[in-house]
Every structure is written in structure tokens, then in C-alpha cells.
Design a protein around this ligand. Structure first.
Ligand code: BES
Ligand code: ZN
Length: 631
């Protein structure tokens, strides 16, 4: 009772900065000002103009809101850097009654609460309001990409990235993953350009360009705000199956359609295991290389980095991953960002199941083994409090705490359950779990209760509650974890050893036959300091400095920096100025910053590259590259 009272009395901003010693309230969203127990947004209708000249979205958001607390008359929404022009109560069908509102002080992480005085309950339990607003050019959830940074280099490109708390920078709403809404939208794009959204296009479905530039969308399933997404560009479409296809610039669309031709197979594998795909179509949008992530699971339309178009389908695990979110994440959603592992850990597990079904055990074993190595390296750098599945994010920006822990440790937890209960029982458990919580948002504690009620009784001695506690609460990897293993990598390890010992020459390595995975494993486990002659030998044999594969290039460039291998520097510079995917650039800057000469190089490259990076990328890179710059 005391807890409840304390929770109710705390204002959102105070709560967000609560001392780490206060107990966490399970299910409470510390990253939103909204009060979803008083009001809940049920439907959003957008009508937005896109101005590339001004780097601005402007228009209106109509919100249909249920009042849960009959006495509530102050509606609080999340915003960040929005210019709010006017707000009305929509009375009846057309009658607009102006409402008073205040925009609170801007918190650097949370933005500004928008508090609106709405009419009292006796007037209506369901309210409709209209907000006229516009975004700012620096909106954290938008990137206005210049034509020069696109594949075709002829037209600019706009895309959104709402996860985790960026939807509020382009739409005023309750920006919390526990509030689900349906949405509709009218987007006015410049003539000749196409708008796409995480929704069903109305009318013309992916066919001809709309000469008017006006595109309409409808999202009939209720989704959380972080899945609302928009892309505007010179986009073409290629079908890859009856319900799958790719949107991309013309320079990329054929390559993308080939690379991702197996998407329908992936959907079928997934449906067989986890139940029907409930979102209608599944298309991909290929973004410019500045997209800060590998992929983003926007429903019906995953957003994908072009850096995975390798020509050999070696990085399609990304598609399996984003597709898997159609169950884990988009259907059953984390209630707060602390519960992110329910989205990402489950998704990595499902991804593994899909990849195994489509590509077989050998490849999946390699991918899991690479993931494990990444996790172990990262865990070694993290404080214990960030090594737990449900990380305490109070007072912290979710973007700054983005680690492999919720992903890989989360997936290893489910794999461990599978090792105790058997694959069949786990797959059935997950299938039922997705049915049971479909279109709901749940917390870590909700999941544990469900697990204890529905899985554990099936085999009462299979797991001890101390083991469960270790997985769900302790830092690090439990000793009982079942670790992946790859025979292919054992062969690579043996060859690496022989090459390092001088027993074989680089030209004798079977590198030409290696997959991306084998190359990455070969490179990532090289000892940190190598003689220049060794690097030259390897580079001469396999042209690694010129590698077009973004993952192999990444691993090679990291080694090059570590060893101050001069011939790779021009490539490093072009890599860092061309790609903005955070996972591929942040570690390179970090590696550079370890020496004074490297730091100078990092700053010089960053000075050129920064303007083309996404706000989410610069937010983390500024702290790394610019940290001592003034000295
Ligand atoms: N939903 C995530 C991306 C994300 C997570 C954005 C948290 C913002 C906050 C997406 O599904 C993802 O995990 N992408 C990975 C893909 C990889 C694990 C295959 C990425 O971008 O690297
Ligand atoms: Zn994910």
C-alpha cells in the first residue's frame, strides 16, 4: 500500500530520476510523463506535410482518448522539441473547441510534458482532441538524409526511428510501450516521392507512385508508439512473394529483392512454430546507410540497413530477427524499457529457430557462437548492475544502455529452459504465450508468473527456483548456461593457429571458401598485436582492406586500428563517413580513441562524418570522440 501511494505521488520526472536505492515498481514506465491510469490514447490520426527544405513535419494529430479516471481533467502527453501551435477538443463531428495547454520544462532525456486541460467527465468518457504542431530539424526520431547520402544520390530521404523514446519527437502522444493504439495517417510527400508506413496503405498498395504525393494508411491492430514509423524517399517496390516485398531506391531494389528472397520461407517456418503471422503483409524498407541500427521491426514494414546486402545472403539473420519481432515484441510487448529482454531475448531465440529451419544447423551454430563471443566480451566491460536481464534504467537514457545482455543472455535463458524441458515443450509454451498475451504489454514479473504457472509444473524437478533467480536477477552468465558450439569454427581456430605460428602461409588458408561467419570468427579471435608483415600478408592474400562485406570490413578495420596498419586508413575513413550503423562504427571510434594519434584521426574523421550521422548515433559518439577535444 505504501509503495502504491509513493508511486502515485511521485511525478514522472521525479520518478525518472529516482535514486537507485528506491525499489523499482514493476511495470511502471520511468521514461514517460504520460499517466496511462488516468487516460489512454486509443487511436491516432495523423495528417502531415513533409518539407525537406525545412526539415520539418507539420500538420495535425487527432487523438481519441479513453478516460479511465472519471475525475481526470489534465491530460499529459510526451513531446520532445515539438512546436505546439494549437489544441482543440473535437466536439461531435466537426465542432472545434480551443483547449488550454502548457508545455513543461524540457528534460534532456524525456523531453517536455504537454499538459492539456480537457473537459470534465460529464461531458464525455471518450475524448477527441486535435493538436496542430510541427517538428524541429533536430528531432531525435527523424533523419533528413541529403540526396548525396542516398543510394541513387538524386533525391533526399526521410525516415523515422521511434524506439525507444523518440516517437515523442515527431508525434505528441503517450510515448510508452504499455499504451497501444490503432492509427491512420495522411502523408503529403513531395511529388515523385513515395511515403511508406508501418501500416496498411489505403488504395494503391505499393503499385504506381501517387501523382498527388498524398498517401493514406491505416493500422487496424493496436500497437505501441515505438512502432509507429514513416519513410519518404524515391522508392520502388519489388515483390518477393505473395505477401512479401522490398521498398528501396532503384539502385538497390533488385539486389535487395535477391538478397531477401527467402523472407516468405522464414514466415512459414515461424508460423509453424509460433502461430499465425497476424499482420497481413511483411515488407522491408531499405534505408540509407546512415540508419543507426541493423534493423527495426516496424510492423508490416521492417526498416533495414543496406549494409546487410552482401550479395550472398550471409546476413539474412537480421531479417529473421526483425520478422520474429512480429511475435515477440509487436504482439507481446515489453511494458517498460527495463523489460526490453522480453522483446529482444525472445526474438534472438526465435531468430535462431527460424534460421535453423531455413538454413540448417551448421550456419545457426556459427551465428550463435559469434553472438556468444560478443556477449562475453561485452560483459567483461559492464558493471554488474548492467549484466542483469532486466536492467534498472531509471534516470538513464535507454539509448545509452544498449547492450547485448537483453539480447544474447535473454536468448540463452530461453535456450537453457529448452535444454531442461525439451525443444518441443518450449516451442509449445512460446506459442501459447504469444496467444495468451497477444496485443498486450507485460513486465518481467508478469512473465515469471506465467512461466511458473504454465511451464514449470510440466516437469516439477527440471529447474530449481534458485536457478531461475540466477538467470532473472544475477549478473553475468549462470554456470548452467548451455553454450553454443561450432565445428566449423574449430577448423578455423586450428588454421589461425597454424598461420600465426608460421606453419602455413596466408595463401594456404581456405579463405576463398569461407562464409562471412568464418571470416569474422577468424579475424575477431586474432591476438590483439600482430606484426605489420603478418597483416600485409593476409591483406595481400584476401584483399581485406578492400572487402565490400560490411562485417568483414568492420572486423578487419578494428584489427588495423589496433596495429596502426597504415594501408587501411583510407578505407577506414571511407567506411566511417559512409556508414552510420552504430554497431559498426562505435567500436571503431572507441578503438581509435585508445591512442593520442588515433584520437586525432577519430576527431578528424568525425568532423567530416558527423553531419551525416543519425541523432541517435551522434548522441553516443559525441561522448566518445569529443570527450577531451577541448584540451
Ligand atoms: N528493436 C531493435 C532495435 C532497437 C532496440 C532500437 C532498442 C532501439 C532500442 C531491433 O530489432 C534490433 O534488435 N536490431 C539489431 C538486429 C540484430 C540483433 C540482428 C540491430 O540493429 O543490430
Ligand atoms: Zn530486435
Amino acid at each position: 500500500m505504501k509503495f502504491l501511494l509513493a508511486a502515485l505521488l511521485m511525478s514522472a520526472s521525479v520518478a525518472a530520476h529516482a535514486a537507485a536505492s528506491d525499489p523499482i515498481v514493476s511495470g511502471r514506465d520511468y521514461h514517460s510523463y504520460a499517466e496511462p491510469t488516468a487516460f489512454r490514447v486509443k487511436h491516432l490520426d495523423l495528417d502531415l506535410q513533409t518539407s525537406f527544405e525545412e526539415k520539418r513535419l507539420s500538420g495535425v494529430a487527432d487523438l481519441t482518448i479513453a478516460r479511465l479516471d472519471p475525475n481526470a481533467t489534465k491530460l499529459v502527453l510526451d513531446t520532445r522539441d515539438l512546436t505546439i501551435r494549437r489544441i482543440w477538443w473535437i466536439r461531435g463531428a466537426t465542432d472545434l473547441v480551443p483547449l488550454r495547454f502548457t508545455l513543461g520544462v524540457r528534460d534532456p532525456m524525456l523531453g517536455s510534458p504537454l499538459t492539456i486541460d480537457v473537459p470534465a467527465q460529464d461531458v464525455a468518457t471518450e475524448l477527441k482532441i486535435r493538436i496542430s504542431y510541427q517538428t524541429r530539424p533536430e528531432a531525435s526520431g527523424l533523419q533528413w538524409v541529403a540526396a548525396a547520402q542516398t543510394a541513387n544520390k538524386t533525391d533526399p530521404f526521410l525516415f523515422t526511428q521511434s524506439q525507444a523514446i523518440h516517437a515523442r519527437s515527431w508525434i505528441p502522444l503517450q510515448d510508452s510501450p504499455q499504451v497501444r493504439m490503432t492509427y491512420s495517417a495522411t502523408i503529403h510527400a513531395p511529388p515523385g516521392m513515395r511515403a511508406v508506413m508501418s501500416a496498411q496503405p489505403i488504395g494503391n498498395n505499393s503499385g504506381e507512385l501517387e501523382p498527388s504525393g498524398v498517401y493514406r494508411f491505416e493500422m487496424p491492430q493496436a500497437i505501441p508508439s515505438y512502432l509507429i514509423a514513416l519513410g519518404v524517399g524515391k522508392l520502388e517496390f519489388r515483390a518477393t512473394g505473395p505477401r512479401t516485398g522490398v521498398f528501396a531506391e532503384s539502385a538497390l531494389v533488385e539486389a535487395a529483392a535477391k538478397e531477401f528472397a527467402e523472407t516468405e520461407q522464414m514466415i512459414q517456418a515461424s508460423e509453424k512454430l509460433f502461430g499465425p503471422y497476424r499482420w497481413g503483409r511483411y515488407d522491408l524498407l531499405i534505408l540509407p546507410p546512415s540508419f543507426p541500427f541493423g534493423g527495426m521491426e516496424n510492423p508490416r514494414l521492417s526498416f533495414i540497413t543496406p549494409t546487410v546486402i552482401a550479395g550472398d545472403r550471409s546476413m539474412t539473420a537480421l531479417i529473421a530477427h526483425e520478422l520474429a519481432h512480429s511475435w515477440s515484441g509487436n504482439l507481446v510487448t515489453n511494458a517498460t524499457w527495463r523489460d526490453l529482454w522480453l522483446n529482444e531475448g525472445f526474438t534472438v531465440f526465435l531468430q535462431g529457430r527460424i534460421m535453423r529451419a531455413v538454413y540448417g544447423d551448421r550456419r545457426e551454430a556459427m551465428e550463435e557462437t559469434l553472438d556468444l563471443a560478443t556477449l562475453q566480451k561485452e560483459i567483461a566491460t559492464l558493471p554488474p548492475s548492467d549484466q542483469v536481464l532486466a536492467i534498472d534504467l531509471r534516470g538513464r537514457d535507454p539509448d545509452d544502455v544498449f547492450t547485448q545482455v537483453p539480447y544474447i543472455k535473454g536468448a540463452l535463458f530461453i535456450s537453457w529452459l529448452a535444454s531442461r524441458f525439451g525443444d518441443e515443450q518450449i516451442d509449445k509454451f512460446l506459442h501459447d504465450y504469444f496467444d495468451k498475451f497477444a496485443f498486450q504489454s507485460i513486465s518481467t514479473e508478469d512473465f515469471r508468473a506465467y512461466l511458473e504457472a504454465n511451464l514449470l509444473p510440466l516437469k516439477p524437478d527440471a529447474v530449481k527456483s534458485t536457478e531461475l533467480d540466477e538467470w532473472m536477477k544475477a549478473p553475468g552468465l549462470p554456470k548452467s548456461a548451455v553454450l553454443p558450439h561450432s565445428d566449423a569454427f574449430e577448423r578455423v581456430d586450428a588454421l589461425r593457429k597454424d598461420w600465426l605460428a608460421g606453419k602455413i602461409a596466408a595463401t594456404e588458408l581456405p579463405g576463398k571458401d569461407w562464409t562471412t561467419h568464418e571470416w569474422v570468427h577468424f579475424l575477431d579471435a586474432l591476438i590483439s598485436k600482430l606484426p605489420t608483415a603478418k597483416l600485409e600478408e593476409l591483406d595481400a592474400a584476401f584483399a581485406l582492406t578492400a572487402a565490400g562485406n560490411s562485417e568483414i570490413a568492420f572486423s578487419w578495420l578494428r584489427i588495423a586500428i589496433r596495429n596502426d596498419y597504415q594501408p587501411a586508413y583510407p578505407r577506414l575513413e571511407s567506411y566511417l563517413t559512409h556508414i552510420g550503423r552504430r554497431r559498426l562504427i562505435k567500436p571503431l571510434y572507441e578503438e581509435l580513441m585508445k591512442t593520442p594519434a588515433g584520437a586525432a584521426r577519430a576527431r578528424a574523421i568525425y568532423a567530416q562524418a558527423r553531419a551525416n550521422y543519425h541523432p541517435i548515433a551522434t548522441a553516443s559518439l559525441d561522448g566518445i570522440v569529443l570527450k577531451d577535444a577541448r584540451r
